[in-house]
Design a protein around this ligand. Structure first.
Ligand SMILES: [Zn+2]
Length: 206
């Protein structure tokens, strides 16, 4: 690939290719409740991932390639994550006063929560046919009420599920090292990814 491309289609493709840092995570605070959550995917994509404060999640590359994972080396413990696209029914207003509802988000679920979801699936049917009332009572303490529904999953305008194999794809050892070692480089990189700047991204607030 050269240093520039031309035209609208390539502009869109370029933004799509460089905007993976802007994936919206489905995030709930303790005591929060979300009613009518829909899971879009039939099943999870299972990965191990590291959380880097202020920068978000990074898929662990230990044992994936020949290269050792620099985050593992740095003592950052990888978590097992089981990842699903969901529709978040909660409404929120961003700092530009735009209201969002029913946005597609990535839900990174741990094993305890996954077992609970799997139980609901065994009782009521496949994930996309369920309507879920989810309450986070505390760290690792969830209450999930499931109901089977015929309602089709509705996407907000312009929304579609994330292609998990793409947005979760691991970075190279070199890129991960840059993220660990060169703060100014990576934060600059994040900031000019998108001039719309209207996203309220949960992992950036953590
Ligand atoms: Zn790792």
């Amino acid at each position: 690939m050269g240093w520039f491309s031309k035209g609208f289609d390539d502009a869109e493709a370029q933004v799509a290719a460089t905007s993976t840092g802007w994936v919206r995570d489905f995030f709930m605070k303790n005591g929060e409740k979300a009613e009518g959550v829909r899971i879009i995917d039939d099943d999870t994509v299972n990965i191990r991932a590291h959380f880097v404060k202020g920068k978000g999640w990074f898929t662990c590359i230990q044992g994936v390639d020949d290269e050792a994972c620099p985050l593992c080396e740095a003592g950052n413990k990888a978590q097992n994550q089981f990842v699903l696209n969901v529709i978040d029914p909660r409404e929120y207003t961003d700092k530009n006063n735009n209201t969002h509802k029913n946005q597609v988000k990535l839900w990174r679920v741990g094993i305890t929560l996954l077992r609970l979801l799997n139980k609901r699936r065994n009782t009521y049917g496949p994930y996309p046919t369920l309507k879920l009332d989810i309450e986070k009572m505390g760290a690792g303490a969830w209450d999930i009420v499931a109901e089977k529904t015929d309602e089709e999953i509705k996407f907000a305008e312009g929304e579609e599920p994330y292609i998990r194999e793409e947005v979760l794809a691991p970075k190279s050892r070199k890129e991960l090292l840059a993220i660990i070692n060169n703060d100014s480089f990576s934060s600059n990189n994040n900031d000019d990814d998108d001039d719309d700047d209207d996203e309220d991204i949960s992992w950036r607030k953590v």
